[in-house]
Design a protein around this ligand. Structure first.
Ligand SMILES: Nc1ncnc2c1ncn2[C@@H]1O[C@H](COP(=O)(O)OP(=O)(O)OP(=O)(O)O)[C@@H](O)[C@H]1O
Ligand SMILES: [Mg+2]
Length: 310
């Protein structure tokens, strides 16, 4: 659905995008993550055909951003990171204005507007002035607007930024609904925890370079430290620690908590970690649980951007 090949953008002498190659398939919800200035907006604007790449290629729905902008615009809904100002317009007038641009018939227009208002939970605000809406409502209105022409692809530049937790949840629920409708969505953010639930793929970008692109599970797998496990014993964790640390294949053992959890780092020479529970049981420790180290997207992101993952 979306593909970039060696996409680069240079502003004067600043390389904002450096040979970015990524693929987003139909139905993917792709979380585009990176710190400020990483190149997220630049990428999204190029895909939305609002900015020309310096070199490289980008395709949306099979059309090239170099020369087929018109076809692409019909297929996409782009929500920029900043909402324009529309004074003295009601929500309904605002949507009618944009619906008119899509050359829909009057009856069709009314139906579509009703649908998008309902989807974005703004029906009760249809006669409110756009300027009087809260930031969260404006974000939903911006989404309502780009849904008028029923685009296949949505390009959303930080749709949840500046929103309070409740408004963020509302946006997330709305995006889930759009996902269930089969839309392909690229969404940029620095708030990682939100993306985990929503996205099936992520791309991590820093200083214009794509550090990772692929299924969320894959990145978590890559950064998961297979050599660290946690075990819980019913009693005597300190004795358990002593036992473990004396073993040749244990590099480190620490008591984590009062309730008997220990963290054990295993030597690379060990084939797997199965000897750890075996050893404990052999020495009559009552083993309650064994688990791999928990890892979340935030950790994964930090590791990837620090170059820990090769
Ligand atoms: N019109 C421009 N002229 C010159 N430099 C620009 C221009 N637009 C962006 N840049 C630079 O390109 C780099 C990437 O910017 P971009 O806006 O794409 O980052 P971003 O990932 O969207 O950041 P943020 O999280 O702050 O929105 C930055 O260093 C920025 O200063
Ligand atoms: Mg940006």
């Amino acid at each position: 659905m979306i593909e970039t090949r060696y996409l680069s953008k240079v502003y004067n002498d600043l390389v904002a995008l450096d040979k970015l190659s990524l693929t987003i398939d139909r139905g993917d919800i792709y979380g585009f993550i990176g710190p400020n200035g990483a190149g997220k907006t630049t990428t999204i604007k190029i895909l939305a055909t609002l900015l020309r790449p310096t070199s490289g290629q980008a395709f949306v729905c099979g059309y090239s951003v170099n020369g087929e902008a018109k076809q692409i615009r019909r297929k996409i809904g782009y929500v920029p990171d900043e909402f324009g100002i529309y004074e003295d317009m009601t929500v309904l007038e605002y949507l009618e204005f944009f619906a008119a641009l899509y050359e829909l018939g009057l009856a069709e227009r009314k139906r579509v507007i009703r649908d998008v208002l309902e989807l974005t939970d703004l029906s009760y605000k249809e006669n409110a002035q756009v300027d009087s809406l809260s930031r969260g409502m404006r974000q939903r209105l911006a989404l309502a607007r780009v849904l008028l022409h029923d685009p296949e692809v949505l390009l959303l530049d930080e749709p949840a930024s500046g929103l309070d937790p409740r408004a963020r949840i509302e946006i997330r629920e709305l995006l889930k609904e759009l996902r269930n409708m089969g839309k392909t969505i690229l969404i940029s953010s620095h708030i990682l925890s939100e993306l985990r639930e929503l996205c099936n793929k992520v791309g991590i970008i820093e200083k214009g370079k794509l550090l990772f692109s692929g299924p969320i599970e894959e990145i978590l797998e890559q950064v998961r430290a297979h050599d660290v496990i946690q075990v819980q014993v019913r009693e005597a964790p300190e004795q358990a620690r002593q036992l473990l640390i004396d073993h040749d294949l244990v590099k480190r053992a620490e008591v984590l908590s009062e309730d008997g959890w220990l963290e054990v780092q295993i030597d690379d020479a060990a084939e797997d970690h199965s000897f750890v529970p075996a050893l404990l049981v052999e020495h009559r420790f009552r083993l309650l649980r064994v688990r791999e180290q928990e890892i979340d997207l935030e950790d994964a992101f930090m590791k990837v951007t620090k170059g820990v993952v090769g």
